[in-house]
Design a protein around this ligand. Structure first.
Ligand SMILES: [Ca+2]
Length: 347
């Protein structure tokens, strides 16, 4: 056999072998414990250098700084916070993408709070100098609170604006009411003004939500949200400005004109999704009642292969965040006492 023919045959066999050798599917590996002894850690937001993060705890109103090696230091508590003896309290946190500890010290928080004796959910700005939180300023008020359904997630989008998920506060009429800040995803500037281009000229970005607590963006800048349903279906939604996600008319998928159906649903028993992170266009959804981590491949505007990990291993899972620049996620448990922050490598 001539050398040329041999190399052709080799090439041909390699070429046919290639499609069969599919790229390995990256999966979350069994986690290691990063921080222990926590109580209801609700959200985690990395500082821009990716070397540490700030983490909230819901009922103690405590904010901690956690380094990549798991060293936790308390940096303060958020004044005026109150619990709702349910799901409210200190919830979302978003560090300014340009935070440097000096000229930009801004950290944004979403909490149930009493200002002037009025209990509401509010978004506030505080200063963080690298050691201590101080100077609370309210930037968004008038988000109704209740024992349950307080939303509470707060994230910076790729457009530099703040996004917040708000619950219906146990009043289903709020979600379809354009003038209510409840049952919505809100989008606003760092001073709490409607972001330019918002669909109704208000803080509202999308409506018809019940209790959206997961907010994240894929590599194309599409926004996704995980939402807690009532007694039937939880949802993973692709969020588009001005769109209506159905609550309370629809739970899960239905055929009501003008209302968007979810891209993925779960029963509330197998999910109850509290937060969402997207790593390499794969969504990771932390489930409370479902006590597992859901992995959902995102194919453009659709949700693809879906698989569960760590089922009933760590109890209820609450927050999830990607470690910047790493193929790894931090996951918090939510079992009230003895909670942990876990680190899972995705490979
Ligand atoms: Ca819906």
């Amino acid at each position: 056999m001539g050398r040329k023919l041999l190399s052709l045959l080799l090439f041909a066999s390699l070429a046919t072998a290639t499609p069969a050798a599919a790229a390995p599917t990256a999966a979350p590996q069994p986690p290691t414990e990063l921080v222990t002894g926590l109580s209801l850690p609700w959200a985690t937001s990395f500082l821009p250098d990716g070397q540490s993060a700030l983490m909230t705890e819901r009922n103690s109103f405590r904010v901690s700084r956690v380094t990549l090696d798991g060293t936790r230091t308390t940096v303060g508590t958020v004044p005026n916070s109150v619990t709702t003896n349910g799901e409210g309290g200190l919830m979302g946190i978003a560090v300014s993408p340009t935070w440097n500890g000096t000229s930009d010290q801004a950290v944004y928080l979403f909490h149930t709070s009493t200002d002037g004796g009025q209990t509401q959910n509010r978004v506030v700005r505080m200063d963080f100098d690298g050691t201590t939180l101080s100077n609370r300023t309210v930037i968004v008020s008038g988000i109704r609170s209740n024992t349950f359904h307080n939303g509470g997630q707060l994230k910076f989008g790729p457009d530099g604006f703040l996004y917040a998920g708000t619950g219906d506060a146990q009043d289903t009429s709020t979600s379809q009411n354009d003038s209510s800040l409840n049952g919505k995803i809100l989008r606003f500037t760092t001073s709490g003004q409607p972001a330019p281009g918002n669909p109704f000229g208000t803080l509202v970005y999308s409506k018809g939500h019940r209790n959206p607590q997961g907010l994240a963006w894929d590599s194309a800048g599409r926004m996704w949200s995980a939402e807690l349903g009532d007694t039937q279906f939880d949802e993973l939604n692709l969020i588009v400005s001005g769109h209506n996600y159905g609550w309370p008319i629809c739970q899960g998928s239905c055929s009501t004109p003008g209302m968007d159906n979810p891209k993925r649903t779960w029963t509330t028993a197998e999910a109850s999704p509290s937060s969402l992170a997207i790593v390499d266009d794969t969504a990771y959804v932390a489930a409370l009642r479902g006590q597992r981590l859901w992995r959902v491949e995102l194919n453009g505007e659709n949700a693809g292969a879906t698989q569960a990990y760590f089922t009933n291993t760590f109890g209820r899972l609450r927050s999830i965040v990607q470690v910047p620049g790493a193929s790894a996620i931090w996951i918090s448990t939510s079992n009230t006492n003895g909670d942990k922050l876990l680190r899972s490598v995705i490979q």
